[in-house]
Design a protein around this ligand. Structure first.
Ligand code: ASP
Length: 359
């Protein structure tokens, strides 16, 4: 009896000791995801002579300095950086776009890379994000970020934007939501965001389609996916593409004639996007000039200079008769991106209109 009690107590002690040992054993930390940072320049890499001056130069700080400036991000991910370019994004160009898109596609195909962060200027970030949204073939997070104030400014916004961008790129919930832009605590979809203030930190809005989510000090909340086909489901590809066709944007205005439309075509434009008044409208002489170019095979898209709203087909202009395409929810600069990629595939107006409805 004594023996049996002793054995029961012994077993109980042994399992307690085992449990304590297991509890004390150091828990294997989940490995941090690897995020590759591609730097292109912009104000986030900009510098001024003093911390309270308006004048500064974009693209002064290299990717290693950018990473070193936000050591807090190392708790979120293992990071390595590559310099793609170091320019103000007002100088963004096809050479950088093609290089950037190629590199992003290479990186997201690597099993050890969880996501990509791209630092960029705010001036054209919406175009680059939308371009990548159409040609990157992956569900992995690709997140662009930027800042309105240079790295040397009082209350520079770059470091926290960068930190939040890394947090979103390292977040599994960001996957499959298309290319994202993280800035000033908001997570925007590439098709929806647009710059609305020349200087305010709160410059980016997603007026028609709303936010994908928010992120505060690295803690992200996702509300929904982006509207429009994107990334892994996109039918656009840069395989075999070495140059993109010329597409010009022309703003409509009071008393507009057809001179700039004709000039664009003469300069070699394969497509013209009109930043129309109202619902993609323009003067009668401009309509006449545009329709004449459409009959010559220039693909003509009606978008709008108005900040929000859809440009629908056949509203005040008969797109069917005039052979025009309506931009639907895309602003002029994004219409241009989509039209350039569309023209790498087709000149069929019905098909191009479908792209504008779908993307
Ligand atoms: N001009 C700058 C750029 O786009 C503005 C900025 O980044 O905020 O590069």
């Amino acid at each position: 009896m004594l023996n049996r009690t002793f054995i029961v107590v012994l077993i109980a002690c042994m399992s307690l000791a085992g449990a304590t040992a297991a509890a004390a054993a150091p828990q294997a930390k989940p490995a941090l995801p690897t995020i590759v940072v591609l730097a292109t320049g912009g104000t986030i890499a900009g510098a001024a002579a003093t911390d309270v001056q308006a004048g500064y130069t974009s693209g002064q700080v290299g990717v290693d300095q950018l990473l070193a400036a936000v050591p807090q991000a190392k708790k979120l991910a293992n990071m390595r950086g590559e310099q793609i370019s170091n320019i103000g994004s007002q100088d963004m160009n096809d050479e950088v776009w093609l290089k950037l898109a190629k590199r992003v596609n290479e990186l997201v195909a690597m099993p050890d890379v969880a996501g990509v962060v791209i630092t960029h200027g705010t001036d054209t970030i919406e175009e680059t994000a939308y371009f990548l949204n159409l040609v990157v073939k992956s569900k992995k997070p690709v997140v662009l970020t930027a800042s309105m104030r240079p790295s040397t400014a009082l209350s520079a916004d770059g470091p926290l934007n960068f930190f939040n961008a890394v947090a979103v790129a390292a977040n599994r919930e960001a996957a499959g939501r298309g290319v994202l832009v993280v800035i000033n605590d908001w997570i925007h979809g590439a098709a929806s965001l647009t710059k609305t203030s020349t200087t305010a930190v709160q410059t980016f809005m997603s007026p028609l389609r709303g936010l994908i989510g928010t992120v505060a000090y690295g803690v992200a909340e996702f509300y929904r996916g982006p509207v429009g086909t994107h990334t892994f489901e996109s039918e656009f590809s840069l395989d075999g593409v070495t140059a993109l066709p010329r597409v010009d944007i022309i703003m409509a205005y009071e008393n507009m004639d057809g001179a700039l439309i004709d000039a664009a075509a003469a300069a070699g434009a394969k497509g013209i996007v009109i930043a129309g008044v109202g619902n993609g409208n323009m003067t009668a002489p401009a309509v006449k000039a545009l329709a004449a170019q459409a009959t010559k095979g220039v693909v003509c898209v009606r978008s709008t200079r108005v900040a929000t709203g859809i440009v629908g087909r056949n509203v005040e202009l008969d797109d069917d008769a005039l052979a025009f395409v309506a931009s639907m929810g895309l602003n002029p600069q994004k219409s241009r991106v989509l039209l350039r990629l569309a023209l790498t595939k087709t000149k069929d107006l019905k098909e191009i209109q479908r792209y504008f409805i779908q993307y």
